[in-house]
Design a protein around this ligand. Structure first.
Ligand code: NIG
Ligand code: FE
Length: 411
């Protein structure tokens, strides 16, 4: 006997299973079945498609009037961190820029202090809360970066927390070492600090899947980023880069040349960089919530990247400074408004392509896939970007079991 049937689904969203990211025009193609059914057994999808009477199961969910999709994939977060930075709001109001705050020892560096001051258990409990919020919003695969320790003890502390969370919730999580995220106070030089981080790579490999670096004015140069990426690849890491977030340094071109699994931000990327995307399977992970929160006019040129036959994904960038939201649905709305993405492109960008950007087996619910599913209390797939800033996930189903039920009535 099967375990679960979800039936009468108004729209069943079925991103395509592929072994490479969707690129260019492919991003606008999405199978949407009206009056769909999903059948689950032993935590896996037995059937997903048009309505059928040929299955029976021990439990039934009636999804009349609702949308059902794969659980979302969150491809870029700074989940584990100490403290918070609400005081930066007033600095922003006074016109102090993000990089100026960092130069003055605030920003990332103030989170470094708070993260160093926190015990592993304190960090765990804080990150756990943030992670559970993501899950309640329909996310079941998450990338999580270090980068607020900037020394061996504290980088490992963050990565251990991330690994413990993955284990506790048996989640598809990928862990990223972002040691070169900023240059700590007291470092002799950028170069000597970078070397320190490179020397940590062999030990960090026990706790991290990816190595990432912040390539930006005043942080690390393209040359330094290249040195780091090459060292990381030698140690068996797949590499990522925070590139061209504020200034067009050429981080995207570097990422493509180095075969990075993703290049993230890309707000200021050059025309050459965008054109190069077509030659590679590097996923451009766009973070429009960050541009919104940094209050910038210019967003990443998602349309240009798609026209150049590039692969894009979208993610929150959840962190305590430049994007303080762990609601990926909100970022889907910002992507519609500011990146001018179509609903189909957005759904592919938070499912299959996000999964490719972090190399997880997630983002699809075709036969044989894990039954990681969301039942959305919305009438169609365009509705989530449209009705913004609230949680539309009604039920989150992990390995065939309902782990979140947000439908409740007031007593
Ligand atoms: O992706 N840009 C660098 N790192 C983060 C921000 C971190 C912070 O401000 O704490 C980002 O935007
Ligand atoms: Fe980031």
């Amino acid at each position: 006997m099967n375990d679960l049937i979800i039936q009468n689904i108004k729209q069943l969203i079925l991103p395509k299973s592929t072994d490479r990211p969707l690129k260019g025009q492919e991003l606008d193609q999405l199978e949407i079945i009206e009056n769909g059914t999903i059948v689950v057994k032993d935590g896996k999808i037995v059937y997903s498609g048009a309505h059928t009477d040929s299955y029976e199961a021990n439990a039934t969910i009636d999804a009349t009037g609702k949308v059902v999709s794969p659980a979302l994939v969150e491809a870029h977060t700074h989940l584990v961190h100490g403290g918070s930075r609400e005081h930066e709001m007033s600095l922003k109001r006074q016109g102090v820029s993000y990089l100026e705050i960092l130069e003055q020892g605030g920003g990332i560096l103030s989170t470094v202090e708070a993260t160093r001051d926190a015990s592993e258990q304190e960090l765990f409990e804080k990150a756990e809360k943030h992670l559970l919020t993501m899950i309640r919003h329909g996310v079941l695969a998450v990338e999580s970066k270090s980068g607020y320790g900037l020394d061996k003890e504290n980088e490992l502390k963050q990565l251990k927390v991330s690994n413990r969370l993955a284990e506790k919730y048996n989640l598809d999580m990928k862990h990223t070492f972002l040691g070169p995220h900023a240059v700590p106070k007291g470092a002799e030089s950028n170069q000597s600090f970078l070397q320190e981080m490179i020397d940590l790579l062999p030990e960090v490999k026990n706790y991290a899947d990816f190595a990432d670096i912040f390539c930006e004015t005043g942080v690390f140069t393209v040359e330094e980023s290249k040195e780091y990426m090459q060292a990381a690849k030698e140690q068996g890491f797949a590499v990522k880069i925070h590139a061209d977030e504020i200034d067009p340094l050429g981080g995207l071109e570097l990422a493509i040349d180095e075969g990075a699994i993703s290049a993230d931000h890309l707000v200021a990327s050059s025309e050459e960089g965008k054109a190069k995307l077509k030659e590679s399977d590097t996923v451009a992970v766009l973070l429009p919530g960050t541009t919104f929160y940094l209050d910038k006019e210019q967003y990443a040129d998602a349309r240009g990247m798609i026209n150049n036959n590039g692969a894009i994904a979208i993610a929150t960038d959840f962190n305590p400074g430049s994007c303080v939201t762990n609601n990926l649905q909100l970022v889907m709305s910002i992507a519609a408004l500011k990146l001018k993405l179509s609903p189909n492109e957005i759904w592919n960008a938070v499912t299959v392509n996000a999964a490719k950007a972090i190399d997880v087996d997630a983002g699809t619910i075709n036969k044989g896939d894990k039954a990681n599913i969301v039942v959305w209390d919305v009438p169609n797939h365009e509705y989530i970007p449209y009705h913004y800033g609230v949680n539309h996930a009604e039920k989150v189903i992990k390995d065939g079991k309902i782990i979140v039920d947000n439908s409740f009535t007031l007593s």
